[in-house]
Design a protein around this ligand. Structure first.
Ligand code: SF4
Length: 438
């Protein structure tokens, strides 16, 4: 473990917080407890409605996907696993032929598929396969009806939200280039529930006349154009590679906090408003009602949560924006906030608003972090599924971090639901502690 003082140029310390540059960060490279990038297929497949995710992996990968999906039985599923087993080790040529056969069979059975993602995994027999080349070969065979892309969801390379980052990076390479006559437009980047996307779209429409598009789109053929007139806002904090790819295509990142809670949503929208010269008075008129509604929805949760301490294990990269939301909008006290990977540029607006007392950590050495957690005795621990049950057994109250990805949480109208996700573990524990009430 090393404790590294940071020297970022992006420091904007405020009265209550300490800027990026001044914060010591615990950096760890030990054993970690987090799902692999395949898990993100569970929310991505709902988002791009004519896409299919074909995991090229082992039986373990198939089990993970099936369990993460809650063993859902679909009439027309939009993900599956092509299992590469040991007999396939005999020859890579055979594996490629087998993959071509499986893809042809899938596409003939499912003519509704317009985009197929080949998703790599970590078994050694899959690592030997050149999936990007396989995707190119298969694209030539199945064009123009189906676009075939590849990315890795391997547990060696990705934590679970990085699966979305890898998927969207692959998509950025497919986006059409803006025409010369393009006017400045806004691209909102990161998977959002459709209800959230619709609400945000209405707010953007009320703010001004600029064009707004979302990545990923709902349909494969609706890929937005990108270029020097594109301003992009990240709706999710774990999209480092996607942001880099968009910047390389000429897009300009609008630094902002994330749309969690009343203030988070207002600040996020304000970054877009400023980029498109929306007058402040008009911005306030458009956002006032939503912000007030969100504040009212937070009030009962603030009453329950204020003053309670919270400890975040690194899992989704949502930890820092969530800690900001919990401290700034609900009065909770974050102790340690861990993130699997800390992108200081993307997180600058959030880190600056955390209380100075917060200990940040990056990466993980799970045993050391468990020791720190037990010593800190937090009122609430936010962690992955694998740690939650043992910690509950030791008397700690926990929240599964993966739920924060599956539930719609962004925007004004979800602020109360987001706060409820943190209130509920306390209500559950209180019920369990009343004799006869479990
Ligand atoms: S990709 Fe690797 S870590 Fe993920 S389920 Fe498959 S074998 Fe396990």
């Amino acid at each position: 473990m090393t404790v590294v003082p940071r020297t970022s140029a992006l420091s904007h310390a405020n009265a209550s917080g300490t800027g990026c540059a001044d914060r010591p960060v615990i950096v760890e490279h030990g054993q970690r407890e987090v799902f692999c990038g395949l898990t993100s297929i569970i929310w991505l497949h709902r988002k791009i409605q004519d896409a299919f995710f074909l995991v090229v992996g082992s039986r373990t990968c198939a089990h993970l996907i099936q369990s993460a999906a809650g063993v859902m039985i679909f009439a027309e599923p939009r993900f599956a696993t092509a299992i590469i087993d040991e007999r396939d080790l005999a020859g890579l040529a055979d594996v490629n032929e087998e993959l071509d056969r499986v893809v042809a069979q899938l596409l003939s059975r499912r003519p509704d598929i317009r985009m197929l993602f080949l998703v790599g995994s970590c078994p050694s027999e899959v690592i030997k396969l050149d999936l990007p080349r396989a995707a190119q070969r298969l694209s030539r065979t199945h064009a123009p009806a189906v676009k075939i892309l590849s990315y890795s969801g391997s547990g060696i390379e990705t934590t679970f939200t990085q699966g979305e980052d890898a998927c969207l990076t692959a998509l950025v390479n497919e986006l059409p280039q803006e025409t010369d006559a393009a006017i400045p437009s806004l691209l909102v980047v990161g998977s959002l529930a459709e209800v959230v996307e619709d609400q945000l779209n209405r707010l953007f429409a009320s703010l001004g006349t600029f064009d707004v598009a979302f990545l990923p789109p709902r349909k494969a053929e609706a890929l937005p154009a990108v270029g020097p007139n594109t301003r992009f806002l990240l709706a999710q904090p774990f999209l480092t590679d996607t942001a880099r790819a968009l910047t390389e295509r000429g897009g300009r990142h609008l630094p902002a906090s994330f749309p969690l809670g009343a203030r988070g949503t207002t600040d996020w929208l304000h970054a877009a408003a400023q980029a498109f010269d929306v007058p402040d008075a008009h911005f306030r008129d458009v956002t006032r009602a939503g912000e007030e509604r969100a504040k009212r929805a937070l009030e009962p949760h603030r009453f329950r949560l204020a003053g309670k301490s919270v400890f975040f294990f690194p899992d989704s990269q949502l930890e820092i924006p969530l800690a900001r939301f919990l401290s700034e909008e609900l009065g909770m006290v974050p102790l340690e906030v861990g993130s699997p990977y800390l992108n200081r540029r993307i997180m600058a607006a959030e880190i600056d608003r955390l209380p100075a007392s917060v200990q940040l950590s990056e990466g993980q050495d799970v045993d050391r972090q468990l020791d720190r957690c037990k010593a800190a005795k937090p009122d609430l621990v936010v962690c992955g599924l694998g740690l939650a049950n043992p910690l509950e057994a030791q008397g700690l109250t926990t929240k599964w971090s993966i739920e924060l990805l599956f539930a719609p949480t962004q925007g004004y109208d979800q602020a109360g639901d987001l706060a409820a996700l943190f209130s509920r573990p306390f209500e559950r524990r209180a019920r369990l502690e009343v004799p006869g009430c479990n």
